[in-house]
Design a protein around this ligand. Structure first.
Ligand SMILES: [Fe+2]
Length: 269
């Protein structure tokens, strides 16, 4: 299967990752106005003056409304660099394809830099909170490695590809994690996976691959707890620089001053 490829070509690309925006027509999420928290995170990211690519790693919408995607579109359509996105468990892929496909915003799922290739995978199971990557999508990993054997490979997905030791969120994991890791084992170019979904910072290594989770731009979830718990940490984003030697330089930034104070809702999110 051949996929369209966005060829950018920079040697050490600098990338922003925003995730789990949970935008809606006008509903707050657990006391957080997600428009305002996202605007604060986006403003914080403007400290980086040169960016080559922005990645939106799913759950862009909370309510599946067209209005939520339109808000997202208006923020990103005039960026001076490409903005690529994936779908999350809360998203409506058909609406995303329709609305998030203009100006700087691209629907392309494969991006090529000088030394790195990015592969954006769909882990959504429609109607479920947990995720799965189809066999066709898994095959793209090996295909990508064969097509550009000298490029390092970064996989971009919504669900967490490793267990978080947190029972409630692990119930919502990628259910075919082991198949994903088998595909990665066959593809030595894979150097990193970045994901959203867990609304917390993660930086671990598995099979020699850097595995990076990011705070949400909205509500944060507490790490290492078995029951759903929200965290008072502030919304944030991740900056990444992909180095020619296959290493990933990265930093998570969060909004300062406890500006956003969530209200616990036992129903979940
Ligand atoms: Fe989310």
């Amino acid at each position: 299967m051949s996929q369209p490829i966005l060829k950018l070509g920079q040697a050490n690309p600098q990338i922003l990752q925003f995730s789990d925006l949970h935008l809606s027509a006008n509903e707050p999420l657990m006391g957080i106005n997600c428009d305002e928290s996202f605007a604060s995170v986006k403003a914080l990211a403007s400290q980086y003056h040169h960016i080559d690519l922005t990645l939106l790693t799913g759950d862009l919408s909370q309510d599946h409304s067209e209005a939520s995607y339109q808000k997202c579109r208006e923020v990103f359509r005039n960026q001076n660099h490409p903005v690529a996105w994936i779908t999350g468990n809360h998203d409506d892929l058909a609406l995303q394809n329709e609305v998030l496909n203009i100006g700087a915003i691209t629907t392309t799922k494969r991006i090529l830099f000088k030394h790195w290739q990015l592969l954006l995978l769909n882990s959504q199971i429609v109607g479920e909170v947990c995720g799965e990557i189809s066999e066709q999508e898994l095959a793209l990993i090996e295909q990508a490695g064969q097509d550009y054997p000298s490029h390092h490979l970064l996989i971009v997905m919504h669900h967490h590809p490793v267990l978080m030791n947190s029972q409630w969120i692990d119930n919502h994991r990628l259910i075919n994690q082991s198949q994903l890791w088998q595909s990665i084992e066959k593809t030595s170019q894979v150097k990193g996976i970045i994901f959203g979904h867990v609304h917390q910072e993660v930086d671990v290594e598995k099979q020699g691959v850097r595995v990076l989770g990011v705070p949400s731009t909205s509500v944060q979830f507490s790490p290492s707890v078995d029951e759903f718990t929200i965290d008072e940490k502030q919304p944030g984003f991740r900056f990444l620089e992909l180095l020619a030697n296959g290493q990933i330089k990265t930093k998570v930034h969060r909004v300062a001053d406890n500006k956003f104070n969530p209200v616990f809702d036992p129903v979940g999110y």
